[in-house]
Design a binder for this molecule. Structure first.
Ligand SMILES: C[S@@+](CC[C@H](N)C(=O)[O-])C[C@H]1O[C@@H](n2cnc3c(N)ncnc32)[C@H](O)[C@@H]1O
Length: 361
């Protein structure tokens, strides 16, 4: 591919692909070496020291170097300055593509078109007629389709909620989601070919599932940490004012564990929760807050004071996790078993600690 390209970009891209997959163990290296990421990321946003967003485009110093580095790049912000789309970290994209175990001719469905870069990588390797990609945002889907077409790639680009899959083109040999899900969508399991592989961010990990029979699957989490933008749903506000009035209790669990070693299991135990932190002038953590969509809210101060309100006691869930895991649990020790009625994640052994993922639709 030489279109819209230049020698500087081509040289940076070659180095970038070799750095990503140094020993050529990945069949995706050629795709990363060939598909020009700068065409799919014509500009991005970066935050300065004050938290203000800065727009970086081709005329700005460091633009191309950033595009051909292992960085996730924010490509869309909402009115409040919250990122709503990005081009994911290339090494994470590569780990997910490798896990997909797809080869030329396999039909793959992607949830989360974003910039179109991942769809271009898929199209390059599998053939564009085998790639179906969908984004909930029509502007993003439209812009991605244009960039793909300019690259001579014509995967099927749709707009809508990707959790419904795209039954018209089923069955699929592979599904890849690049927005965080709470469970594997029922539609994926229904639209899967026998033995299909699903790779999807669930909580703060990436789940790889093999579909073993209609509606059934087994799998495990990849070792890599992942923090994807959630599949878009309405957000709720925390009940901090009500929490201030709650009777305080004490905890021996360090609030910092919520943001550190317990972050991944907490994303399984309390799907879709949100956290925030308070820091002193020296930047040291003073307290954390956590809330869920049902209005439950908890705060914990580093002094050990906890306040909880709402329909369930979120800090109690955190304390149970703190007792379950002595250190930081390894993601690849978490497995999943899927049936048409239940998706259960278990740790180390099927009769070990387990969490049911929310019922998918
Ligand atoms: C991390 S970005 C995707 C990156 C993309 N694969 C790329 O290569 O640029 C996540 C995308 O998921 C999209 N998204 C969020 N919820 C979605 C949903 N329910 N269905 C389809 N797309 C969704 C967002 O609009 C956003 O563009």
């Amino acid at each position: 591919m030489t279109w819209l390209d230049n020698d500087t970009a081509a040289a940076l891209r070659e180095k970038f692909a070799i750095t990503l997959a140094p020993t050529r163990t990945s069949a995706w290296r050629d795709a990363f070496a060939s598909v020009p990421r700068h065409v799919f990321v014509p500009a991005f946003y970066t935050q300065d020291a004050t938290g203000a967003w800065e727009h970086i485009g081709p005329g700005d110093p460091g633009y191309l170097e950033a595009v051909y580095s292992d960085r996730a790049l924010t490509t869309q912000l909402d009115e409040q300055g919250i990122p709503t789309s990005s081009s994911s970290e290339p090494s994470l994209m590569l780990a997910m593509l490798d896990a997909l175990d797809a080869r030329g001719g396999d039909t793959v469905f992607e949830l989360g078109t974003g910039t179109g870069y991942n769809a271009a990588l898929l199209s390059h390797r599998l053939g564009d007629q085998n790639v179906i990609t969908i984004d909930v945002d029509p502007d993003l889907a439209g812009a991605a389709a244009q960039r793909l077409a300019a690259a001579g790639l014509h995967p099927f680009v749709a707009t809508g909620d990707g959790a419904g899959g795209w039954p018209e083109r089923a069955p699929y040999r592979g599904f890849i989601a690049t927005a965080a899900l709470r469970a594997i969508p029922e539609a994926f399991l229904k639209q899967a070919a026998p033995g299909a592989v699903i790779v999807a961010p669930v909580g703060y990990g990436v789940l790889r599932v093999t579909v073993t029979a209609p509606g059934h699957g087994t799998g495990w989490f990849l070792p890599t940490p992942a923090h994807f933008m959630p599949r878009r749903t309405p957000s709720v506000a925390p009940a901090f004012d009500a929490a201030l009035e709650a009777e305080p209790t004490t905890t021996a669990t360090a609030p910092g564990d919520v943001l550190g070693r317990l972050r991944f299991p907490l994303s399984l135990a309390l799907p879709g929760h949100t956290t925030c932190s308070w820091r002193g002038e020296d930047g040291e953590l003073t307290a954390v807050g956590i809330w869920t969509e049902d209005g439950a809210t908890a705060t914990a101060h580093v002094s050990g004071t906890v306040r909880q309100v709402g329909p369930r006691r979120l800090w109690d869930v955190i304390e149970t996790l703190a007792e379950t895991f002595a250190g930081e649990p390894q993601r690849q020790e978490f497995h999943v078993n899927i049936t048409p009625t239940r998706q259960t994640v278990w740790y180390r052994t099927p009769d070990g600690p387990a969490w049911d993922l929310p019922q998918p639709r």
